[in-house]
Unconditional design. Sequence first.
Length: 554
Amino acid sequence: MYPNKLNARLCALLATALLGANLLSAADDNEIEQLKAALAAQQKQIQALQQAMEQEQKMLERALQPHPNSLGTVASLAPMAPVPAPAPAPLAIPAPTLPSPKPQVASTAAAGNPCEAPPDTNAVPPYLRLGSVCIIPVGFMDLTAVWRDKNAASGIGTNFGSIPYNNTIPGKLSEFRFSPQNSRLGFRADGDWKGTHFIAYNEFDFLGTSGTNNLGVTNGAFVPRIRLFWIDVKKDKWEFLGGQSWSLLTPNRRGESALPGDLFYSQVIDVNYMAGLTWSRQPGVRVLYHPNNKVVVGFSAENPDQYIGGSGGTSAVTLPKGALGNIGGVQVDNATNTLNTPNLHPDFILKVAFDPNAKFHAEVAGIERTFKIFNQNNNTYSTKVGGGLQFGFNAEVVKNFRIVTTNFWSDGGGRYLFGEAPDFIVRADGTISPVKGYGTVDGFEWTLGNTLLYGYYGGIYVGRDTAIDTDGTLIGYGYRGGPNSQNRSINEVTFGFNQTMWKNPRYGAINIMGQYQYTMRNPWFVAVGAPKATHDNAIYMNLRYTLPGSMPNF
């Protein structure tokens, strides 16, 4: 029973008891005894009802106690009013009252860490909770179709440095393929602990190297490949990151964040992005200092590699004949080994970013590298310092229309360029000479409702660096008579769209994308009768389903 119903019944019993008391004086002895019995029975019923009301009172008090996981407040309940009745003293019942509930206050932990707050039952949960940590799945499922007018045989990523020439069989045939390899899966975990914010981020795709020949015959058993796996910790003005991330040399859209959405590597479908873009995804550590919310200063130490070409379509430099046995593939990376190359110290990168407002970002970065080899022919070492400078900006010049530029100049920083250039050559006496490499990406991004339009130009230039071997022949990179795979320049023009067909915070989003790409490469040396250059036309189409989920605001 509810309290109001109990009060109504109690009032009826009291009225009956009062009527019985008034009739006592007018009744005979038998009637008096009957009335006394009836009054005794009613007294028992009244006592039972009093006990029931007390139990209901206790239940209400327990229900009104503050719940430890609740952030809301409970509405006050007014005490029940007594029912006046001219009853005798033995039948007088005190009116019950309910204490007013105490106002509830959100805990300071919940106010500082949204993952410790209870989920909002009136909204779609945007994240998963594991204790006081927020976790969201990241990634998307792609089906990519690519057509090229030359059979570059590079999968869905453009191998900028090895576009076939027209006088070769691959240059006379086109290619078309479907692929799910650009699909990505991973997670992001956030939390706050005693004023320290941490992020753990993981992401992988299916562009790993496969050892099976059945990928195109019977089974598309594409191999997962780690892309990103890092943790970032921030307290006050300092921030520390460790793990595999995009290099600090990769251009940012804002600040110096390592989150993919805060980086600029274009909007294209091509999984090798843009020729001329500075980038790397490699292990390392970095420290960032935030003097205010408009400036960030960062320093990183990243995985080094003494690279002389040979992968990514770039021709390896020609080494001295007397040193081939003890330098190539042993002391330098010419794509014949993976992690066996000796290195003196990590690559050091310093970067300063400026974000005066949400419409403008500018940055400048420098890199220092040191190369060292040993010449067993004369028992000497050669050590050389290389480096580079990266600078750029992006700005919203009118609403939803942004222009972007990023530029890189280096003397020994070629491996950080998409399209790839060698870091150095080795002279006949065993000394190192860094190779100059330049890169740029420039373009626009324009958002119109649910449609994103973009267009970019990207290019690289690899400097000539030659020497004379002990037998009088030319060696190095870009020398007369060298292979036509030693590129002088690579240029790319591309434009495309990204159309959001449908999206829902609970179920994700579906996008359709398209891209056209024109790429040209020019070698340093052209033999008599050989093509002076080669080019490729490529068309990409992509259907993407993006996972739902969003991180709460810390």
